[in-house]
Ligand binder design. Structure first.
Ligand SMILES: *[C@@H]1O[C@H](CO)[C@@H](O)[C@H](O)[C@H]1NC(C)=O
Ligand SMILES: *[C@@H]1O[C@H](CO)[C@@H](O)[C@H](O)[C@H]1NC(C)=O
Ligand SMILES: *[C@@H]1O[C@H](CO)[C@@H](O)[C@H](O)[C@H]1NC(C)=O
Length: 412
């Protein structure tokens, strides 16, 4: 049986999800939303830890949309069977005693609906599926993709260059010009191309005054510095001191309960570095920050940023136990009887932070001590820090990253 490539592409300021069969009868599906969010956020940390282990990405800025990736994998599971499906489900952390796969698709759908309803920020999440005119996916798969993931569907000829242009134009439009070269080329024997996108543009609830922005020094490590444009404000803002991690946390709000969390190791508390932080941090820490940050009058210094990242996720996903889909063992009988496998998984993301805002394509653990003294009077993000953009309404981490060099703007 001849096997042809399926090309899966994910861009941030781009995302994916997938759905499944029967319509759910349970009236209380939303009661299971926190479990889906936990699954997504745990996946985010697993993926991050894999990324930072890759030699290519060490000591580099990292920025990606974990939600976009888990949604894409969930969508793929919709068309998968056998071991391929099991690997996808366990790879994204699905636990069938908590919710079924049907419920999972339904829950992703409810997140998409909820996002569609938010008007205070620009956020756009979606999926597009391109199928070769030589290839007929099962109509059930196409229906499920549309119903659960609002997927746009196109029939194309992958052997002509216009198709690449068509895809790039679609992504450019959906990401408001942020990602204009989604694909360079496609193999002629491509049968299907799946992409997900997420675009986010939020304005700070408390914008920075551009007149207070000035050149300052960013300490990449003990020896290396780069000049940056540092924004400043002295305001009542949500902060938290994570004593367990010796980390200062700042929460900057956008409209509609979206927030950015910035976390920087507290150098004054000794040996902590970004490496210690990134190896220890988990979703429970972020949950604690979300529920415990309180407003104080603080001096904050945040660099202006403009990052672009690009990741090939094939080896990482293989390393996370999802190997079959890339090999001749792939089982996508839910998509088509033709033998197909996944040839590539790409993820691209961009992040822009300025004075106005950001564009970006609970189990509480032990509190060691209440904060009476004040490491929080100044929060300066003038050394490597981590970034999370979260939907505080449900705790979903939309974007996840680390800034080690604000001047480096392309990871590939
Ligand atoms: C699935 O969830 C149940 C209930 O929370 C738990 O007991 C079980 O260990 C979980 N399974 C896996 C593989 O994590
Ligand atoms: C979206 O908003 C409409 C109108 O306010 C509301 O009826 C609907 O329940 C909302 N959907 C979600 C998923 O929040
Ligand atoms: C935030 O949302 C409110 C109400 O939804 C709106 O009036 C306001 O203009 C929004 N602010 C920004 C900066 O978009």
């Amino acid at each position: 049986m001849e096997r042809n490539g399926v090309f899966l592409w994910i861009c941030a300021f781009a995302i994916v999800v997938c759905g499944n069969q029967e319509t759910l009868q349970q009236p209380h599906i939303s009661a299971k939303l926190p479990s889906l969010i936990n699954m997504n956020n745990d996946f985010a940390f697993h993926l991050y830890k894999r990324l930072i282990e890759m030699p290519d990405y060490q000591s580099k800025n990292i920025f990606f949309s974990p939600f976009s990736v888990s949604m894409a994998l969930s969508e793929l599971s919709l068309g998968a069977g056998g071991d391929t499906k099991q690997q996808l489900l366990s790879g994204i952390g699905h636990n069938s005693t908590i919710f079924s796969t049907e419920e999972m698709h339904q829950l992703f759908h409810s997140i998409l609906e909820d996002i569609d309803n938010r008007t205070g920020v620009d956020i756009d999440v979606g999926t597009a599926l391109y199928a070769s005119d030589r290839f007929k996916p099962h109509s059930k798969f196409l229906q499920d993709m549309k119903e659960f993931y609002h997927s746009d569907g196109f029939t194309v000829d992958f052997s002509v260059k216009e198709t690449v242009d068509q895809i790039n134009k679609y992504v450019e439009e959906k990401t408001h010009g942020k990602i204009n070269q989604a694909v360079d080329s496609l193999e002629e024997d491509t049968l299907m191309f799946l992409l997900t996108y997420i675009y986010f543009k939020g304005k700070w609830e408390k914008p920075f005054n551009p007149q207070r922005t000035s050149e300052d020094t960013f300490h990449m490590d003990d020896k290396t510095t780069v000049p940056v444009q540092m924004m400043h404000q002295y305001e009542y803002l949500k902060v938290y001191y994570d004593a367990e991690l010796s980390t200062k946390v700042l929460c900057l709000d956008y409209n509609d309960s979206f927030s950015m969390f910035l976390a920087v190791p507290d150098v004054d508390m000794g040996q902590k570095t970004i490496k210690d932080l990134e190896m220890t941090i988990s979703r429970q820490h972020i949950e604690k920050w979300k529920s415990s940050a309180i407003k104080r009058k603080v001096d904050i210094y945040v660099p202006k940023l403009s990052l672009k990242t690009s990741y090939s996720l094939k080896d990482i996903l293989k390393g996370m136990g999802m190997a079959d889909m890339f090999s001749d063992k792939a089982d996508f009988t839910g998509v088509s009887e033709e033998g197909i496998f996944v040839s590539k998984v790409l993820h691209k993301a961009t992040l822009d932070i300025d004075e106005q805002g950001t564009t970006a394509a609970a189990v509480t653990t032990v509190e060691f001590r209440p904060l009476s003294y004040s490491p929080l009077s100044i929060l300066s993000f003038d050394r490597p820090f981590m970034i999370f953009i979260m939907d505080q309404k449900n705790g979903n981490i939309l974007f996840f990253g680390k800034v080690v060099n604000p001047k480096e703007n392309l990871t590939s």
